[in-house]
Design a protein around this ligand. Sequence first.
Ligand code: 5BU
Length: 285
Amino acid sequence: MPAPHLQSYKNRAAKHSNPAARALLRCMEAKKSNLAVSVDVTTTKDFFDIIEAVAPYVCLIKTHVDILEDWNPGVTTRLQHLSREHNFLIFEDRKFADIGNTVALQYSSGLYKISSWAHIVNAHPVPGPSIITGLASVGMKLQEERGLLLLAEMSTKGALTIGSYTVEAVRMAREHRDFVIGFIAQHRMESIGLSGTDDVVDEDFLILAPGVGLDSKGDAMGQQYRTPTEVVTQCGCDVIIVGRGIIGIGRDIDAEKVKEQARRYQTAGWEAYEKRIVTNQLLGE
Ligand code: 5BU
């Protein structure tokens, strides 16, 4: 069986055991989009103006709900409605990082009740496997599509998510493949932590890569950007996560410009994926 990154999203959707991963892969195939837009703005007006502009072009909307200054419970109700109307999933980039009991409460409760509306969340592996147990105790009980990504590699200059840290993140994920659907990372992870004699593991982790830009190499605060070709074709990642490359860096949101950029990144991301798949077919896989 060819490695997951050499198979089509469609084939992977048919085989994946986690409902959230299946839904995401299906949506990617249906919309011909491996684009996630990161809606990092502080007002709900800008938040929904952007989502409505990019909705036709994305498979996933990535949120940081805690930066919205005028957040109210209606925000997540409307977000869920748009998710169904336009066929995209919701990923709250919460980066949980505490003991199991605390993350279970942060995921299920408080102002945001994240587990009630976010299909996907993420967590730092730093506390060890108990962080997965804690989050799974909430997410796996819901009769909804829910999945977790571990942060195996970050996009910033000097990130400590390297070497044995990344290896341990992958090991933790392999022990919890029912709930952990993949990684925030910059490369594929299949070969990580396996010795040459190990059997090839039948696993399909989704790789979602932030730090993607077509016009810039980074920002003044350590962010580093690579192109969709580098991320998807060369490094085998599945989803490109784009924030400022699409929403811009100015104060005012220009919905037409946002739409145009979303279309541009969708095309670039999909072409990079098709190149990867065609290479595979040429190799006769
Ligand atoms: P940008 O505007 O495309 O740089 O935004 C990137 C988004 O992805 C932003 O919301 C970050 O919080 C998020 N991110 C990241 O940039 N790098 C990482 O390693 C992780 C998340 Br994890």
